[in-house]
Every structure is written in C-alpha cells, then in structure tokens.
Design a protein around this ligand. Structure first.
Ligand code: GCU
Length: 671
C-alpha cells in the first residue's frame, strides 16, 4: 500500500534481502530485559516491534538471558565511559548488549541498534559508545489553545486541548516515539506568545495527561509562560493579583504555589520557557526590573523541584537609528553572572530572526557565566514554509562550527552550547517544531528530515550533515544506493539554492510582510522602522547592504577581533556575508570577477534555474520511491519552481531600479 509518511523514519518493513535478514536474525533470537521500569519496557517493546518488522519474524521479550545466546540483552549498570543518557552497544559472546547508566540511555541505545539494522550496517563485533553532548534536547511548539500554530505550516496543533485530559489521541504516543528515537528528551507544548490559560488548573490537567504519555519515552514537558499570569489567573479561593512585579513578595508567593500545583500533577515537569518584553509581550521591564529579576523569580519559585527556567534573548526595540543586530547583546551581556543557577538563556542562532543565512549571534561566547542554549527553527518560517525543499542541517552546522575565538582558535559556537568552553552546568538545544496534524507530520515530506537532523545534532553536533541526510533517506524513502546518493546530494544543495533565489550575498529580511512568505524588498512603511525591509537592505543609487562596520552601526564590534577581521573588509568578506556587513557599490568587482550587480543577478538566475535541476533529479527517482511520497515532493517542487521565478523577478526588478544597469547576458530581462 502507498506510504502516507505517517511512520516517518520508523518504518519497519521487512529488509528486502533474505540473506541480510537471516544474518541479523542470528543476533536477534530474543530480547532480555529485567524489571518493570517503564522506560526500559519501552526500549524492549520498541526494539521488538522494529526487529519483528525488519526481520519478518517474532522476537520474544524475556526476563533474563539465563545462559541463552544469540539475542539482545538490555542492561542498566554503571559505566564510567557513559554519562547519564549515553549508551554502549557491544558484542558479548553471541549476544548483543545494549547498556547504559539509566533506562533512557538504554532506550536511546535500542533505537541506535535499530538504526544500524535499518541502514544495513553490520552488527558483528559491535562496539559503539555514544554520549549526548547536550543535556536538554527539546522541541518548542508554538501551539495555541485554539489549535492554531504560530508559523506552523503542517496543519493544526497535534494537541487536542478540547479532548484532553479524557481522550488520549494515539498520535501523542507516536510523537513521543519519533522524538525518543532521536534522543529528544523535552518538549515545550505551547507557544512562546503564551496564553495564561496554561497556568490554570484546567490546562495543567491537560498537560499532565500529555506528560503521562511522554514519560515512558524519557520525555519531559515544559510550559511557556505568560509572564503576568498572576494578574489574570484565578484559582478557587485564590484571586488574581494586581501585580506581576517579580520583586513583589505576593507575586513570588503566587508563583511558588503555582509551581507546587504543577509538580503535584506532573512530578517530572521540566520547567518554564519565557518570552518577555519582546514583540509586545509583557515582562519584568514593565515594573522597572531586569530580565534577570524576572528569570530569577521563576527559578526561585521552582525551589527544590528539578526544573529549569529557559529565558529567551529574542528582544529588540523599535528605534530609527539603532541596529536590531545589537539589541539582544546590549540587553543581555550586562546581566552575565546575575542569573540564578537554574536559568538558561536561549539564543536564536543569528542576531535577527531565523533568516536564510545569518552570522552567529554575538551573544555566543559573550556570556561565560550564563548557560546559553541554542534555538534553531525547524518550521521554515523564512525558508519557504512547507512548500520549498530546504534541508537545514548544513545551516545548523554552519552556525555550530563557526569559531567565536573567545578563548582562542577552536572556540566554536558548538563548544559554547555543549558547555565545554565555559564549563556550563546546564546545556540545551531547542528546535522550533515543524510538526502539525498533517498525516505526514511536516507537510513537506522532506521537512521530516529537518526534525530528524535537529534531533541527531542535538545529541551529537559533530555528526556530518550529509551522513544524517543519508541515514534519513535510507530509513524514510528508499534503500536503493543510487537513489540514496542522488537524494542526499539534492538535500545538501537545497539550502544554498534557496539562498540564491531569495537572499543572495547576505541580503536578509526582504520577505513578505507579516506572512513572511515570498518577496517584498520594497516594503518601506510599517509601524516600526525595524519592520521595514528597506531598513535591512538599504539599497540606493550607490549600492546595497547594511554597513555594520565602524563607519556604520558597528555591530561588528560585538565580535572578537579575529571574527571582526573576517568580516570588516568588503574586499575580503566571504560573499555569503557581504551585504550583512557592508553597503557595497553596484559596480564593485567581487572575488568572482563580476560586479556586485552582475553577481546578484547571476545568483538570482542560477538559483531559480537550480530548482529545475532539483525537479529533474527528483523525477529520475520515481522508480525508487513510494508513489505517494514521490508525488508529494514532485508537486511541491513544481510550486517551488514557480515561486523561485517570482522571487528572482521581483528582486532583480526591484534592485535594478537602484542599480540602473542591464541584467547581464546571458540572462534576459524578465517580461
Ligand atoms: C518571529 C516570528 C514570531 C515569533 C517570534 C519569536 O518574529 O515571526 O511569530 O513569535 O519570532 O521567536 O518569538
């Protein structure tokens, strides 16, 4: 039957090669596991379901191997080579042993073993040790009470609030399985633009019901907080307060009680995520207090409970002559060292807002005393929604692998995030989820790969993007080697192609206003200066780009001298970042030998042409793919092709008005 994509990468259809099946089957005669730990039981049942499907034969789960050989043994022990959630896969005699220091570690090991089989890797003489590099690996859902998802493009929310807590949609469990298979261990279920309802008893009960489903998969729930909830939420015998001032004792008491109410129903509650004094959301600054005052108040309210406060740094203020690039840095770096140990500050990868390419946020490396978490966006708000194919792993890696130089060469963003650079106790990586009620979860079939890649990189940021893509293709789409290679290649090029036909050479924030889709570089009227797109590209008769050097906003000075050096000279700035930092004359010759104007045109035109190439490549894959998945992607590529031309023509015509130069041969002027 056709594959509707529901099973994601957890497809356990029988391996096509009987010899291969028989080989694996020799090591999978049974699964031995003792005890009743729910997470350990999950590990056994997932492994059983997976192997039975892949090998086409029953695999019994037994209480103890008791001298039997030719099976899999699941074990919790104490292994000094492993951290709390790491695992080891090892051949011992004729058995395969999956061991860890916790039940969650065994669960991750079980999924790793399944991955070996799904991707056709050998399990003979197995010796794999793997430790997650980051402790909290989480999805952030921007889901609302009414079932909509802010910036969600795959249908409505997975959470059916009106049915909870009584009815448990079976999909909640499938969601948990998918996340656990990647090592994701936390989920924030509601939008950062948070409704105060999530602090009511009615909703805490609903969230507790979700937590009950996720717990056996090692996943903890977190809630986004409406900072002034104390002013709106009443309880029986507990009227709302007049204030949300974090230093007001009554407010602190209100939160301490709220925390206890939550933990009474969700004993492993993960904590709070907070967007405050950002884009109109209220916060501690409304009372003359700082972000640290607000975050610390919530951290103290958590008391001895094992939870954290994740406070977002995504802030910027409307100001005519300021540079939004600098805003988060200026508000947060003075607070370094002032946060409670339970507070983590969550930083978007770039200084503006999930653009197609951004230099890394200058906060990374600049707050040695405050654990900083990474926030990536899986939902493709600025990357063509669920219509355009953009494999994001290369973009995530680009940020993680960048050297901040704060402690000499090799001080990468990844080392800030995994805590190794500054010795952070808490470490976290979050992905703004791209899931929804669409049958295939992410709308675009290929969007599943972004969820997958995020999870794999949150576990181990050193994994290569192409390796992750290959794995995902093999598990999700096809095992035919030529097709695996072609699709991996297509995915690896997809982000740069998107950059070329939308925002080449470091252009940014020129998309449709409000909706964030399609081109609108001409936008010069908006309620705030930093919502106008002319603010970002600054095109005029001389050139285009935002001067962020010392002669401009000097945002460049927020980086270390070594980083500044890479980006301060327009002659030597790598072309992908050029217009992020420089206002470059239209006639300036670039390293490609072409003028800026010509290069811009070349990128827009070749970018749009490349989508045709993507279509051709995909068309050739038809025999290797499931017809439903093939058609889904082919249809979306056709839209992408049309819209790449829309972007190209809109931008070339618009910028051409300033450049007043012809579109270079061999490209003809758009009609
Ligand atoms: C973007 C996005 C908003 C979102 C915000 C945030 O600006 O467009 O919808 O609320 O980011 O991350 O808080």
């Amino acid at each position: 039957c056709a594959d509707d994509g529901y099973r994601l990468w957890l497809k356990y259809d029988p391996l096509p090669d009987a010899t291969q099946r028989a080989n694996y089957a020799r090591s999978a005669g049974f699964i031995a596991v003792s005890g009743n730990d729910p997470v350990l039981r999950t590990a056994a049942s997932e492994l059983q379901a997976g192997l039975q499907g892949l090998l086409g034969k029953p695999v019994p789960v037994i209480g103890s191997a008791a001298g039997r050989t030719g099976g899999i043994v699941l074990q919790v022990g104490s292994d000094p080579a492993l951290n709390r959630e790491g695992y080891r896969l090892a051949s011992r005699g004729n058995n395969l042993v999956v061991s860890a220091n916790s039940a969650s570690g065994v669960l991750y090991g079980a999924f790793a073993l399944l991955r070996q089989v799904q991707t056709g890797a050998s399990v003979a003489n197995l010796s794999v040790t793997s430790n997650p590099k980051v402790k909290l690996r989480m999805l952030n859902h921007w889901d609302n009470v009414n079932g909509t998802i802010e910036r969600g493009y795959a249908g409505s929310s997975l959470w059916k609030w009106y049915e909870l807590p009584e009815r448990i949609d079976p999909r909640y469990r499938d969601y948990a399985r998918a996340n656990a298979s990647l090592g994701i261990n936390g989920t924030v279920v509601n939008n950062v633009n948070a409704s105060p309802r999530f602090m009511t008893d009615e909703y805490i009960k609903k969230v507790a019901a979700l937590a009950d489903v996720f717990r056996p998969y090692g996943i903890r729930v977190y809630l986004s907080v409406y900072f002034p909830a104390s002013k709106v939420v009443n309880g029986p015998g507990k009227p709302a307060l007049k204030s949300a001032d974090p230093l007001d004792p009554a407010v602190r008491q209100w939160w301490a009680e709220k925390v206890n109410e939550i933990y009474a129903q969700i004993p492993d509650f993960g904590g709070f995520l907070v967007k405050a004094n950002s884009e109109g959301e209220p916060g501690p600054q409304d009372y003359g207090r700082t972000h640290a005052d607000g975050a610390n108040m919530l951290a103290e309210a958590l008391g001895t409970h094992d939870g954290v406060v994740i406070w977002r740094s995504f802030v910027y203020k409307p100001a005519e002559n300021a540079d939004r690039f600098r805003a988060a840095y200026e508000e947060f770096t003075p607070l370094d060292g002032k946060f409670h140990p339970k507070v983590i500050v969550q930083v978007k990868n770039g200084p503006i807002d999930f653009q197609v390419r951004e230099p890394f946020s200058p906060l990374f490396g600049a707050m040695p005393k405050t654990p900083l978490a990474m926030e990536f966006q899986l939902t493709q708000e600025y990357l063509g929604f669920a219509t355009h194919m953009v494999y994001e792993a290369p973009m995530f890696k680009e940020c993680l692998d960048t050297d901040t130089h704060v402690k000499g060469p090799g001080s990468t963003v990844a080392k800030v995030i995994d805590g190794s650079l500054h010795g952070y106790e808490q470490t976290a990586m979050a992905g703004v989820a791209n899931t929804g009620s669409d049958r295939n979860w992410t709308g675009h079939t290929m969007g599943q790969a972004n969820w997958y890649a995020f999870g794999r990189l949150a576990w181990d940021h050193t994994l290569p993007s192409d390796g992750i893509a290959r794995e995902w293709v093999q598990m999700t789409l096809t095992r035919q080697p030529k097709a695996v290679q072609t699709i991996t290649d297509l995915m690896m090029r997809s982000r740069e192609i998107y950059v070329n036909y939308t925002n080449p050479l470091g252009l940014h924030h020129i998309m449709g206003y409000g909706i964030h889709y399609g081109p609108e570089p001409w936008l010069d009227k908006a309620p705030r200066p930093d919502w106008r797109h002319t603010y970002y590209h600054r095109a005029d008769s001389v050139g285009v780009g935002f001067n962020r050097t010392a002669t401009g906003s000097n945002a460049l000075s927020l980086y270390t001298p070594q980083v500044q050096q890479q980006w301060e000279n327009p002659q030597t700035t790598p072309l992908p970042y050029l217009l992020w930092f420089h206002h470059v004359p239209w006639n300036q010759t670039l390293s490609t030998g072409r003028s800026l104007w010509d290069e811009l045109c070349v990128r827009y035109y070749t970018g749009a042409d490349s989508v045709r190439w993507m279509q051709q490549q995909w068309a050739q894959m038809k025999p290797a793919l499931d017809p439903e998945q093939f058609d889904d992607v082919a249809g979306r590529l056709a839209v992408q092709q049309k819209e790449a031309i829309w972007w190209r023509d809109a931008c070339v015509l618009y910028f051409g008005r300033f450049a007043r130069r012809p579109i270079p041969a061999p490209f003809k002027a758009p009609d």
